[in-house]
Ligand binder design. Structure first.
Ligand SMILES: [Zn+2]
Length: 580
C-alpha cells in the first residue's frame, strides 16, 4: 500500500483543529486548557474523555481510547485511514496528493472492483427475468425491498451465463477470474463458478462489492447432491473471508451509531432478520469467528450477540468465538451467547415469532462470563479439590488474555469463588498477553529522572527539540529511556510540525507506547514559557552525565590495562570540558 508522506500528515494535522473535528460529533465542555466529554467509545456517566487543543490529541481515562484527529475519524466515523485523511483534508481545504490514491488502488484493482460490480448487476437482472428464481424468492418470503437492499441476484444455470455476458475479451476474462468468479477444470477449461444459485453480494466497509455468497435453490427434485448448500467466492486480493462480515455494510447504513451487533450463521438469517426489523445482524462467511472478526465487531458496536444452533456444532462454534473475543474484552464491551432450539435458525424464528420474539430471546442470552464458566466446568466435579484445581488450571491461561480492567477482575474473582484458587498466581509466561506487556512501564528510571523529564517536556510540546543542535552526545548515555529520547528528538528534527498526537501515533504498537502515552496525558506544572529553558537545561545535564560516564570508563581502563596515547588525550580533554 502506498503511503502518504509523514510531512503531509503532519501538515494536515497542523491545519486541522481536533477540537473542531471532535466537537462536531461529540458535545465538548471546556475545562481549563482542555475539553472534556462523556466518552463516545465506552458507556460512562461522568466524563473521562479529554481533548487537548495544544497537544492535538484525545484520550479517555476510562477505556484508554486515544489518538489524533485522523484516528478519531477512523474510530468514530469508522473510516479507513485514507478516507479519514480525505475527510480531514476536505475540511481543511487541502488536496490529498493524487498519486497516493492512484498508487493505493492501482488501476488493476479498480478494474476488479468494477468487474464485481458489473457481475452484481448481471445477477440482479437475471433474478428479475427468471421465473424459477423469482418463485424461490417468494417461497422464502423475501420482499422486493429486501432483495433490493441486499442487492440479491441470481446466477443462471449452465456453465457460461456470466462468462458469455461479461467475459467478452481476454482482459475482461482475466478480471473476472481475478475476482474469483470462475472455476477451471482439469483440462484448463474455464466456466462460471456460481450456477443456479441465489446470489448475495458481500460488501466491504466502503460499500464496494468484493465477493459473493451463493445459496442453492432447493427444488428438491433436481437438487444436485454434489453441490454444497452455500458457496462463497474464493479468497482473492480483495476478499479475505476471515476479515469480512456479511451484512455489516447494510447494518452500518441503517444506524448512525450501532449499539449492538448480532452474529448469525447465514446470509438468509441476516436478510430475514433485517426484513423483520432487526437490522444489526451480520454473518461470518463459512468460517468460525476469527480474532479479526472479533476486532471488527467491537470496533463497530460495544455489545455483540453470538447466535448459534443449540447442537454440538453450534456449541463448539460458540467456544471458538469465546477464544477470539476474550483478548478483546476491554471495559465497556459485552458479549452474549444465544442458542436456538435444534432445527431452528434466526430466519425461521423471526418468521414464527416476529422481531419481538427474537428480541425476547436475545434478552435471555447468556453473558460471556456465565457461558465461559459453564463450558470450562462441564466435566469437572466442583465438589472435589481435584476438580477445583483442574478448573483453576484450565481457566488461568484464558483469563490471562483479558485486558486489564473490571471485566477481567470480575472473571478472576468468579474463578476464586468457584475454586478458592486465585487466577493471578503462576500463569505461564507464554500466556501473558501482549496488551499487558505493552502497558508495563518502558522506562524503569526513578520517577523524576532527567531523561524522563526531558521526554515529558517533549511530549507536552514537541517543538522544544527543534532548537537542539547535533552532535547529540547524550545518546551514548547508558540509562533507561535514552534511546527513546534520542528517537523522539530525531523525529521532531525531521518533522518539526509534528503534534503530540502524531508523535504518539508514531510509537503506536511499540513497547514504549503505553509509557509515552501516560507522560503525554499528564499536565506539567509550571509555565509553558519556561519549558524551553527546562528542556535545554535537562539536555545540558545529560550531556554532562555523558562526559562523566566516559571519564569513568577511561579511568577504569587506566586501572585495568592502562591507557594509550589517544585515550590519554581524550581523558585530558574530557576533564577540561567538565571544568568548563
Ligand atoms: Zn472511553
Amino acid at each position: 500500500m502506498a503511503r502518504l508522506s509523514d510531512a503531509f500528515i503532519d501538515d494536515l494535522l497542523a491545519r486541522s483543529d481536533i477540537v473542531e473535528v471532535i466537537g462536531a460529533r461529540v458535545p465538548l465542555k471546556r475545562q481549563g486548557r482542555e475539553y472534556s466529554a462523556r466518552c463516545p467509545f465506552h458507556d460512562e456517566r461522568s466524563p473521562s474523555f479529554t481533548v487537548s487543543p495544544t497537544k492535538q490529541f484525545y484520550h479517555c481515562f476510562g477505556c484508554g481510547a486515544h489518538g489524533t484527529a485522523i484516528s478519531f475519524l477512523m474510530h468514530y466515523d469508522r473510516l479507513e485511514f485514507l478516507d479519514a485523511v480525505e475527510e480531514l483534508a476536505r475540511r481543511a481545504g487541502v488536496e490529498v496528493p493524487r498519486d497516493t490514491r492512484a498508487k493505493n488502488e492501482d488501476t488493476e484493482t479498480r478494474d476488479v472492483y468494477a468487474a464485481l460490480d458489473a457481475t452484481m448487476r448481471f445477477f440482479q437482472k437475471q433474478l428479475a427475468g427468471n421465473g424459477k428464481a423469482q418463485a424461490y424468492v417468494e417461497k422464502r418470503g423475501l420482499s422486493a425491498e429486501t432483495v433490493a437492499r441486499y442487492a440479491i441476484g441470481y446466477a443462471p444455470d449452465g456453465y457460461s451465463g456470466l462468462k458469455d455476458a461479461l467475459g467478452t475479451d481476454a482482459r475482461r476474462m482475466a478480471l473476472l477470474e481475478r475476482a474469483g468468479l470462475f472455476s477451471k477444470n482439469d483440462k484448463g477449461h474455464v466456466y462460471d463458478k456460481f450456477r443456479d444459485r441465489l446470489m448475495f453480494p458481500i460488501h466491504d466497509r466502503r460499500g464496494r462489492v468484493i465477493a459473493f455468497g451463493g445459496r442453492v435453490i432447493d427444488t428438491s427434485s433436481n437438487s444436485r447432491s454434489d453441490s454444497p448448500k452455500y458457496l462463497n467466492s474464493p479468497e482473492t486480493l480483495l476478499f479475505h473471508k476471515g476479515r469480512e462480515l456479511y451484512g455489516l455494510w447494510q447494518a452500518r447504513q441503517a444506524h448512525t451509531k450501532l449499539e449492538r451487533l448480532i452474529v448469525v450463521e447465514g446470509y438468509m438469517d441476516v436478510v430475514a432478520l433485517a426484513q423483520y426489523g432487526v437490522t444489526q445482524a451480520v454473518a461470518t462467511l463459512g468460517t468460525a469467528t476469527t480474532p479479526d472478526h472479533a476486532e471488527l465487531l467491537f470496533r463497530n458496536a460495544s455489545d455483540v450477540y453470538f447466535c448459534f444452533d443449540g447442537d454440538r456444532a453450534g456449541r463448539s462454534a460458540a467456544w471458538k468465538a469465546v477464544e477470539s473475543v476474550l483478548p478483546r474484552m476491554k471495559d465497556g464491551r459485552q458479549a452474549f451467547f444465544l442458542f436456538l432450539p435444534e432445527g431452528e435458525d434466526p430466519d425461521t424464528i423471526v418468521r414464527q415469532e416476529g422481531a419481538e420474539g427474537f428480541e425476547a430471546r436475545l434478552a435471555q442470552a447468556t453473558p460471556l462470563s456465565a457461558f465461559f464458566f459453564a463450558q470450562m466446568s462441564q466435566d469437572v466435579n466442583l465438589s472435589s479439590l481435584d476438580g477445583k484445581a483442574r478448573l483453576a488450571e484450565r481457566c488461568k491461561p484464558l483469563l490471562a488474555q483479558i485486558p486489564d480492567g473490571a471485566f477481567g477482575d470480575l472473571m478472576r474473582q468468579r474463578l476464586t469463588e468457584l475454586t478458592g484458587v486465585g487466577a493471578r498466581a503462576s500463569s505461564p509466561a507464554t500466556h501473558v498477553p501482549v496488551q499487558r506487556a505493552r502497558n508495563a512501564p518502558a522506562m524503569h528510571a526513578p520517577k523524576r529522572s532527567l531523561v524522563r523529564s526531558a521526554i515529558a517536556l517533549l511530549l507536552q510540546q514537541p517543538s522544544l527539540a527543534v532548537a537542539l543542535q547535533p552532535p547529540y552526545r547524550f545518546a551514548e548515555l547508558r540509562q533507561p529511556g535514552v534511546p527513546l529520547l534520542a528517537e523522539l528528538i530525531a523525529l521532531v528534527k525531521t518533522r518539526p510540525d509534528i503534534s503530540t498526537g502524531a508523535l504518539l501515533e508514531h510509537f503506536e504498537g511499540r513497547e514504549d507506547a503505553g509509557a509515552l502515552h501516560k507522560l503525554a496525558t499528564q499536565s506539567l506544572p509550571g509555565e509553558e514559557a519556561a519549558w524551553q529553558g527546562e528542556f535545554i537545561d535537562a539536555m545540558a545535564q545529560l550531556e554532562k552525565q555523558t562526559l562523566q560516564q566516559r571519564i569513568e570508563e577511561l579511568q577504569a581502563k587506566q586501572r585495568d590495562t592502562g591507557l594509550d596515547d589517544i585515550d590519554k588525550g581524550e581523558l585530558r580533554a574530557l576533564l577540561q570540558a567538565r571544568l568548563a
